[in-house]
Design a protein around this ligand. Sequence first.
Ligand code: UD1
Ligand code: UDP
Length: 368
Amino acid sequence: MADKTKIAVVFGTRPEAIKMSPLVLELKKYSEFDVKTIVTAQHRQMLDQVLDLFEIKPDYDLNLMRENQNLWELTSSILLGTKEVFEKAKPDIVLVHGDTTTAFAASLSAFYAKIKVGHVEAGLRTFDKYYPYPEEMNRVFADYITDYYFAPTDRAVQNLINEKCKKENIYKTGNTVIDALLWTVKNKEQNLDFLNLDKNLRTILITSHRRENFGKPLENICDSILELVKNNKDIQVVYPVHLNPNVRSTVNKKLKGQERIILTEPLDYAPFASLMKKSHLILTDSGGVQEEAPSLGIPVLVLRDETERPEAIEFGGVKLVGTNKEKIISTVQELLDNEETYTKMSAAVNPYGDGTACAQIANILLGK
Ligand code: UD1
Ligand code: UDP
């Protein structure tokens, strides 16, 4: 029998875990693969929440998260940590995901060790190196090193072709986040009583964590929430607050203790998916949430000036509103008041996949 292909799947943050866990489970179904899961734990609690849900026990856990960590230390510790693990595990191929510092540093580390790299969610671009920061350059660097590109959409494929990446190694697979979401919604529907939501009110869900939004932009977002809640007695806002201390200080200062604003710890993925489904509207700067919500028929307003995910905007389920207070308020108000605008957005088709991305990636890897 031919030797198994040794695949190391590396991830470290919540969104990577959500998007890579179904792939780990899929790859493990094949006797042709020997799959090892390596977590950098760039996130700790928010990573562990996801590992528990998918019942994944990492083979290697670098446990690298530090309080308010900076990019220099994080990048070097991932490089050194993965070097040691790659030397032990000797993978034939390393799979990384997206645009985090884990994805960039692990792909660089694999390159130094002359190991092939597969990049899941390859090809996303804003073409502005500081927006989002540092994610735009993380994914550009990762794609430069990558051997196999698993691009979610036609646009991502085209971005890679434009950058002269080898066409024969670019595969359009859809985004694995849809695999994760559909599985979770089908198998892990959650009771949300613990949030004490008022059933007579419309729920607006909000998440925000991007580095470009720290400070004034996040303050604007909070101020617009305060005003919207004051002007609309029939809405409540739920905000699961990201564990980054830069986010928490602003959000707690502005929104803690306010009427009809529920601040929670980051929710586990299953209750979060159930909450998305129950929401009337979502405001977010998250990449993953932008991709997921159209599958649930929930309109999304993106709290950023640019996005590397323009497809859902073109399909109509997502609008870019930025972080200007007046713009956020007027766009939300329009969606609260105008049924036609709302229905149009909620009926939009999701361009990010059909829940088969992991099976497609596994099939492609079988041929390598
Ligand atoms: C990181 C990614 C970002 C991604 C986001 C998803 C980088 C540089 N940033 O941003 O691309 O969109 O994750 O959420 O790769 N913390 C905890 N517990 C946790 C997670 C975070 O306490 O489980 C706190 C720690 O103090 C940590 C800080 O948040 O130092 C920042 O974490 P970090 O991964 O550096 O940045 P994020 O803002 O989470
Ligand atoms: N998410 C979650 N709990 C929360 C907020 C978000 O499980 O309290 C999920 C969300 O459904 C999506 C992912 O986390 O799948 C997005 O992660 P995040 O916004 O941290 O990162 P990004 O996608 O912007 O990189």
